[in-house]
Design a protein around this ligand. Structure first.
Ligand code: SAM
Length: 291
């Protein structure tokens, strides 16, 4: 939250004056029903929106320029200055503000102790050609990631490691599902996300000048021996159940393995991605520098 944000917020009376705050006490209100439907992927796709919970997340998203369609807050939070400010910003951007009972908020988030504030935002996707990979940039490409918790954790980790984007290859779980958004802890607003087919990924790989480092349980190369500093790098990770398909593995510049001991067959996908990302960016990460 910046000082600018705190200074710029008008008072709630101004929100009221615009006449955009609706009070809702019924769980069967049509707008509330519509928001609840965002748990359904089809509805998210049709409306191109998604839900994010928590005042800090909503403030961060607005600061990063994400478009808010609806702000929902609990009656009990109505006099909090920051809630008044996000409400005013929502109205200023043409969005709707709903003041609801806790019962309604619980039904929207499907939680007994819901966050006091929920934002409905427009989805934002990048295309492969929007990514302009340059040296010192690292991307993560995920082949058919299925688990929302894994995807959310990977988006959060990619953000923390200073990666430049996450590429979803093939039929992946939705980055804008409630479970994934929760697991990103806000990084969904900071990390560019692309979705593409395997063929489109392979074509982009050829023309973009990146070095693709694929991870595979049969990889012959120790992941610590690769030079990650020469070119922009894409860390390519396989599906949770079946690993990387041959066509993606064969097209990679390197195929690496993380050495293991013990009885476990493999690492969890999100854990393996974290190990790879922090190794690939080791030469760029220092304790005294946080972007
Ligand atoms: N049964 C799958 C297989 O045979 O590949 C296991 C997949 S593993 C749970 C999911 C992904 O994490 C793998 O495709 C790979 O990208 C990565 N991974 C997990 N452990 C790894 C390791 N020790 N070395 C390299 N990659 C690993």
């Amino acid at each position: 939250m910046t000082d600018e944000y705190n200074r710029s917020g008008p008072h709630r009376s101004e929100v009221r004056r615009v006449g955009q705050v609706k009070e809702v006490t019924s769980r069967s209100n049509p707008i509330i029903k519509d928001i609840k439907n965002l748990t359904d992927k089809k509805h998210r796709e049709e409306t191109s929106t998604f839900m994010a919970e928590g005042l800090k997340l909503v403030i961060d998203a607005l600061e990063l320029g994400w478009s808010i369609r609806t702000l929902v807050y609990a009656k009990a939070a109505k006099s909090k200055p920051l809630v008044e400010q996000v409400a005013a910003k929502t109205v200023a951007h043409g969005g709707l503000v709903l003041e609801v009972s806790e019962k309604v908020l619980s039904s929207v988030t499907r939680r007994d102790n819901p966050q006091m504030v929920v934002g409905i935002f427009e989805q934002r996707w990048k295309r492969l050609d929007d990514l302009k990979p340059s040296k010192d940039e690292t991307f993560v490409a995920l082949d058919r990631v299925r688990d929302p918790g894994n995807l959310g954790t990977i988006i959060r980790t990619a953000d923390a490691a200073g990666a430049s984007g996450v590429i979803l290859v093939g039929d992946c779980t939705d980055p804008f599902s409630l479970e994934t958004v929760r697991a990103t802890m806000g990084s969904v607003f900071a990390m560019p996300v692309v979705k593409c087919s395997p063929d489109d990924f392979l074509a982009w790989q050829k023309r973009s000048g990146v070095s693709v480092v694929a991870t595979h349980l049969a990889g012959a190369v120790d992941y610590r021996t690769v030079d990650y500093a020469r070119k922009p790098v894409v860390i390519l990770m396989g599906n949770e159940q079946s690993g990387l398909p041959d066509n993606l593995a064969r097209a990679a510049d390197r195929t690496v393995r993380i050495p293991q001991q013990g009885r476990a067959d493999s690492l969890n996908l999100a854990v393996a991605t974290a190990v790879m990302l922090f190794e690939a960016r080791r030469h760029l990460l220092t304790l005294d520098e946080k972007k």
